[in-house]
Design a protein around this ligand. Sequence first.
Ligand code: ADP
Ligand code: MG
Length: 557
Amino acid sequence: MPIKVLESEVVAKIAAGEVIERPASVVKELIENSLDAGATQIAVEAQGGGVELIKVSDNGEGIPASELALAFHRYATSKIDNLDDLEKISSLGFRGEALPSIAAVAEVEISTQTSSAPIGSYLHLRKGDVVGKESRARPQGTTVTVRRLFRYFPARLKFLKSVNTENSHIAHLVSQYALAFPEVKFSLVLDKRPSLRTTGNGDLREVVNEIYGSEVAQRMLKVEQKDSLAKVGGLTSPPSLARSNRNYLSFFVNRRWVRSPLLTRATEEAYRGLLMDGQHPMAVINISLPAQELDVNVHPAKAQIKFCHEQTVFSSVQKAIEEVLAKTPIASPKTVPFSVGSGQWQSPRMIMDNEPAFVVAQLPTMELPVLRVLGQLVNTYIIAEGPDGLYLIDQHAAHERILYDRILAQWAQKEVEVQGLLQPITIELSPREEETLRASKEFLAEFGFTIEPFGNRSYVIRAIPALMARANIIEIISALLDNLASKQSPNPWEEKIAQSLACHGAIRAGQQLGNEEMRELIKQLEQTKQPRACPHGRPTMIHLSSHQLEKEFGRIS
Ligand code: ADP
Ligand code: MG
């Protein structure tokens, strides 16, 4: 085919594809418009995962009737004027792409009223064309209603996940904007159920309370730092409040919600040595810097930004959080200050009794010989002796393997051993987690978790799988909900969930074990299918054969 310039309708759809990836993208663009219009109240409603209906109402400045149709033209914006403006953007939107993109992939109605106009105006668009237009009274502000999203885009519709997954994306997104704008009163209703409501009183901790619950809100530490480049503020978790994934990290740069590996690393760097492997902090971090210090025009959905001085921003954030953590007394350090080559180490704790600590494998597994436990090294590795040399066993990896095999075996036989909790645990779920829980109740019951609603986004955990008795239940539930939210086809995700449960249920590195516990652990390890590797494929043990030892010591050459 010869080269030609595409028709504007095709161009619009291509652009829409970049801006509007899924229903939550529509919600994002509409909320940003409301915020740019100075709204102090934003009500969001979605049905059917946002495919049936998305409605965002605000009390912002409104759009003059004479400009309403123009707002749906590509590159029509009231927010920037010239090239200079593009260099120092302070609004969330600036490309004039959102409304035309949404109108290109859905049916849109908009009603709006400014403070000066005698009456408001209304516009109805289908496939990007105006099909209805009239004057309509309403209070000051704007309401955009989006229906039948992607109806004419079967490929995109097919790509969307379940209603619950899309709802949970929307819930997460609205939560993020609520965190970014505590002075704005947000409400979210999903399939007619109230999901989130903030007061708009400007107190970030209160928003955190609404989203993550009162325990988190009470324990989060205040961050407040200013250096020559940036101001860093917000809330960050004490090390004892860790989570098993990064879903609880929110970053806002000049009030724009961004996903930034740089900021994530800077935050996690501040927690280095304070969290166990696989744990992540919770944080809501606001960074303000001069508009010229960043480029927001690098991503179609404006979800990423580029800092002019990345390194400086990195250390501003790291330092701001480190400073807060340094002032926080840490009740019980959970990690052992041990890293290879650092010079810090603990001497091996040897078993002093003379009792022959032989462990006899009950099944003749091909893999492990009979091992005699000698002791524990840095509360992390079990030292054992076998017929052919020395074994160093990673207690966490070994226990993970044991639990993983058992979990899968119990699931396969549909006989999950359940343990009721004498003292039920209450957890508070975020709006997103609540959506996932609602969709996954049966799975969770099958896996051995009994979780009951307790009102106001609180839930009571009454029973857990017996194999998880050692685990931090709140972390497990959050990991589980995270896995369930992103689940794809049946098989891999069951394995993934089993992996995650095993990881959380397993003895941690740094935990002191008694002799009997170590013997039991090795005995159980011997009965697994693959005692030499943990479910993630990492080795559970290092073997130094007698031959290797003799060679290392120069006894033989
Ligand atoms: P952009 O936000 O990049 O300017 P949009 O397509 O999202 O582009 O919106 C186009 C224009 O419509 C905006 O510049 C603004 O003037 C107007 N607009 C859109 N939504 C609202 C709203 N909720 N309140 C007031 N004005 C709005
Ligand atoms: Mg916009």
